[in-house]
Write a protein that binds this ligand. Structure first.
Ligand code: F3S
Length: 448
């Protein structure tokens, strides 16, 4: 059977979509390979959130096209860049397949079609390609199959697709389409199935996950559809931890904040993308909150759940960002004391309002703010991790560490990475670990 190699760029949504594509291909008898050189089909699942992410995938495909010239290998792009660039990818690099973000479930059909066509043609024939980036009603329901490996402790569950917010810097609404949610019963069935196969922690995924279901399902007994879903998933017997990503601060309504105090499986970690600490910039970004509102949300969340870890995304160098605007962001980061912060230099995205705004910030200025803010946030992160040295933490062991396969890796409920030595039988188990030291980015310890 033909061998398939898939490489994934971007966020957890993409990882999950790639898993679905792999699962569908394997169900048809294809074999997955980790060696691109022996693959008959190579698929890159792409990200468009920053220009760099697109350039990486384009560069990789150019190399692959060169290496596989004359071998008859099928080359394809999937995901966000496939969606935003469409047919131009066939003309440019000459790939065989471009499948958009609502077409993951069609990839297996398209691969079979392309292979059949290849077999029936001589190598010199004009290239035959498939481009499908059309919207498809109900495509959010298609990301639902898993390949659960033995001892797998964690899994992603896609609960919705798309985003209707119009943050002026963001390309995701264009690449992922408008918000479409799956039914609660469908999600619960999927989680039950995962738990029956040994999964202990699920992360619910969506581009604007905490506004799940707002167009499809009513509020019931004062609870938003997202909180109704959390409660239903929380009730799945055998599930130990529940997470969700990626949320928007405006989606933390009173019922969701309150849920953190009452649903014990809900892990003590929230991702609260700040983007900027300057009200002027937040307004220009169309974020829908002020710095004060954001701080108030942090206060409320910590009041309900004092052990809560808060992580964030921040953009430096948004068009028009002055020194004062940046300093407001820096001050807010110092005040909140994030448990982790993903800091990005603003990256112009095609057809987004911010790309056309005056006052584009110089690359060196962005670089300087990026470096400065990282210094501030990293020092706080290190202090927080140091505070855990000598303590016992609950860790869900995920498997061997990528950097050092002799070690095992896992996460605490607050999403801190812990590395430790131990028997491979610990994989997929929830264990206690005595923290012995920190590198400033992760924890090291001994299983008890
Ligand atoms: Fe990138 Fe698309 Fe995810 S742009 S961050 S892969 S939703």
């Amino acid at each position: 059977m033909p061998k398939i190699f898939i490489k994934t760029y971007g966020c957890q949504m993409n990882e999950r979509d790639s898993e679905q594509v792999a699962q569908m291909l394997m169900a048809r008898g294809f074999e997955m390979t980790t060696q691109e050189s022996e693959a008959d089909v190579i698929l890159l699942n792409t990200c468009s959130v920053r220009d760099m992410a697109e350039q990486k995938a384009l560069g990789k495909m150019q190399i692959l096209a060169h290496q596989h010239r004359g071998k008859g290998t099928i080359l394809g792009f999937m995901g966000c860049m496939a969606q935003s660039r469409g047919a131009e990818l066939v003309k440019g690099i000459g790939v065989d397949l471009v499948a958009g973000t609502q077409k993951f479930h069609r990839v297996a059909d398209y691969v079979e079609e392309l292979l059949a066509h290849k077999r029936s043609q001589s190598m010199d024939d004009a290239r035959f390609s498939i481009v499908d980036v059309e919207p498809e009603a109900g495509s959010q329901e298609a990301i639902r199959n898993h390949t659960v490996s033995p001892h797998q402790g964690t899994a992603f569950v896609s609960i919705m697709q798309g985003c209707n917010m119009r943050c002026t810097f963001c390309i995701v609404p264009q690449t992922r389409g408008s918000e479409r949610s799956r039914a609660i019963a469908e999600v619960v069935r999927e989680v039950e199935d995962l738990v029956a196969q040994g999964v202990k922690e699920v992360t619910l995924l969506g581009q604007i996950v905490n506004l799940y279901g707002r167009h499809e399902f009513p509020t019931a007994e004062g609870k938003t559809p997202f909180v109704q879903l959390l409660e239903a998933v929380h009730a799945v017997e055998g599930l130990q931890r529940l997470r969700f990503t990626s949320p928007h601060p405006i989606g933390y309504k009173a019922d969701l904040i309150e849920a953190f105090g009452r649903l014990p499986k809900l892990a003590e970690h929230v991702h609260l993308p700040l983007q900027s600490g300057s009200d002027r910039i937040l307004k220009a970004m169309h974020r829908g909150y002020t710095a004060q509102k954001y701080l108030e949300l942090v206060r409320q969340m910590r009041e309900v759940q004092p052990d809560l870890a808060i992580t964030t995304d921040i953009i430096v160098g948004y068009p028009g960002e002055t020194r004062e605007d940046y300093e407001a962001t820096r001050r807010l980061a110092e005040e909140v004391r994030f448990d982790n912060a993903f800091i990005f230099r603003y990256s112009k995205r095609k057809d987004t309002p911010a790309a056309e705004m005056p006052g584009q910030v110089d690359e060196e200025v962005m670089e300087e703010r990026n470096r400065d803010l990282l210094e501030v946030t990293n020092a706080i992160i290190k202090e927080k991790l140091e505070g855990l040295v000598g303590r016992r933490v609950e860790v869900l062991c995920e498997g061997p560490s990528k950097n050092n396969p002799q070690r095992l890796t896992g996460r605490t409920r607050t999403n801190k990475i812990v590395l430790f030595e131990g028997d491979s039988r610990l994989i997929g188990q929830v264990i206690e670990v005595q923290v012995t030291r920190t590198s400033g980015f992760c924890l090291y310890g001994d299983p008890l």
